[in-house]
Ligand binder design. Structure first.
Ligand SMILES: NC(=O)c1ccc[n+]([C@@H]2O[C@H](COP(=O)([O-])OP(=O)(O)OC[C@H]3O[C@@H](n4cnc5c(N)ncnc54)[C@H](O)[C@@H]3O)[C@@H](O)[C@H]2O)c1
Length: 371
């Protein structure tokens, strides 16, 4: 009987993590181990992922198929090495095939106020994770990076060859962690790693069972608009930071991609870390590579507001205020490398992202906390 590969997902209960776990389960090839300290998530998300995966199993599902829908979930803080080690000890040396390292703090503004907290949580904790992986002969990692590594990029759309020059402490934690992982891969060829530079994930699983459910007020535009429409955020007016950028309508432009497309990219990345990888032929100089995961199409803040107005029927009012420090005019990906080498595509359009986001939010106005 075929067996499942154990894959550890850090930040598994979060927005990206929960959708990644769903797509991993859908392959029926992996058994997921999740680590999360629920700093920005609720473990109810994982229960919903399993419920959703089980509901999609065919009538003739095998025991292995059922096993693939289970999640071995650990409430574990990555800043506490002994807690990470306990998870690896459960599986023993070589027992965990690979890691998808998603957990991090992610608020750019907050990172400028409490930089040490960001470096400790995003960089030091990643070092502990890598050390313990090494101890347990687990040397494959897919890392969640971000478009913020590019800072204010000189070329749009942004290719991966662009110089990394993050402005914020958050962005710098992503550059540093990428660099550390790359150095490990250069030093020891048993390591192989892919860094996925996400642009702006949006939307939810089309069932509306799982979605983005941050603790507290959403920091990102789309969930903020969804919370306004559902009445959880009571702001009468949306603040738009600046309309004097060199973009078609003057507001900032970002590259949104559907969360399901982003999540699927992680399975492609895991495949590329396998033995028959075309990405890492045996004579490769280093088994590290970074890919942009985006649609390659920019949309402005005002276009987003309009798309959400159509999806929700909510009459958003907005006012233009001054630029926000740290915002760059345009972050649009050149995703051609990921398409060529990983087979990655992000076909879902903005309308679909807004529809699926609203489907989740309107079905669960209180999100996971209603459970
Ligand atoms: N969502 C975006 O717009 C976006 C864009 C680019 C990159 N990213 C990156 O993607 C990753 C996931 O983002 P997300 O939107 O899912 O965020 P999220 O906050 O929903 O998920 C992150 C998860 O990690 C957990 N976590 C944080 N610190 C931890 C620790 N020390 N130990 C254990 N768990 C911890 C949180 O509780 C949360 O569940 C992050 O690395 C983020 O930097 C996100």
């Amino acid at each position: 009987m075929a067996s499942l590969k154990n894959v550890l997902v850090t930040g598994g209960a979060g927005y990206v993590g929960s959708h990644v776990i769903y797509v991993l389960q859908k392959t029926r090839r992996y058994k997921v181990i999740s680590i999360d300290n629920n700093h920005n998530s609720l473990s109810a998300a994982l229960a919903r992922v399993s419920q959703l995966s089980k509901s999609e199993l065919p009538a003739d599902a095998t025991e292995i198929d059922w096993l693939s829908t289970e999640i071995d979930s650990h409430t574990c803080d990555l800043t506490k090495p002994e807690q990470i080690r306990a998870v690896f000890e459960k599986y023993g040396k070589g027992g965990i095939w690979g890691v998808i390292h998603i957990a991090a703090y992610k608020a750019v503004g907050e990172s400028t106020e409490i930089p040490l907290t960001y470096y400790a949580n995003n960089v030091s904790a990643s070092i502990s994770l890598l050390q313990i992986m090494d101890e347990f002969d687990c040397n494959r990692i897919v890392y969640s990076s971000s478009a913020t590594v590019y800072g204010t990029p000189p070329i749009i759309p942004i290719p991966e060859t662009t110089r990394l020059q993050a402005d914020s402490p958050y962005g710098k934690t992503k550059v540093m962690t990428e660099t550390i992982i790359e150095d490990m891969c250069r030093a020891d060829k048993k390591w192989c790693a892919l860094s996925l530079r996400y642009f702006n994930p949006a939307g939810a699983h089309p069932s509306g069972m799982i979605g983005e459910e941050p603790r507290g007020r959403p920091g990102n535009l789309l969930p903020l608009l969804a919370h306004m429409a559902v009445g959880r955020v009571k702001d009468a007016v949306l603040k738009v930071f600046g309309n004097d950028y060199p973009t078609p309508d003057g507001t900032c432009v970002r590259d949104y991609l559907h969360i399901m497309d982003l999540a699927s990219g992680h399975v492609l990345a895991l495949n590329a870390l396998g033995p028959d990888s075309a990405v890492f032929p045996s004579d490769a100089p280093a088994f590290f590579k970074a890919y942009n995961l985006g649609k390659g199409k920019g949309v402005s803040v005002l276009q987003i507001v309009e798309a959400m107005r159509k999806a929700t029927g909510f009459d958003y009012k907005y006012e233009i205020i001054g630029r926000r420090g740290g915002d760059v005019p345009d972050l649009t990906a050149d995703p051609t490398l990921a398409e060529k080498e990983l087979g990655f595509t992000a076909p879902a359009d903005l309308e679909t992202m807004c529809r699926d986001l609203w489907n989740f939010q309107s079905k669960h106005p209180l999100g996971y906390s209603e459970q």
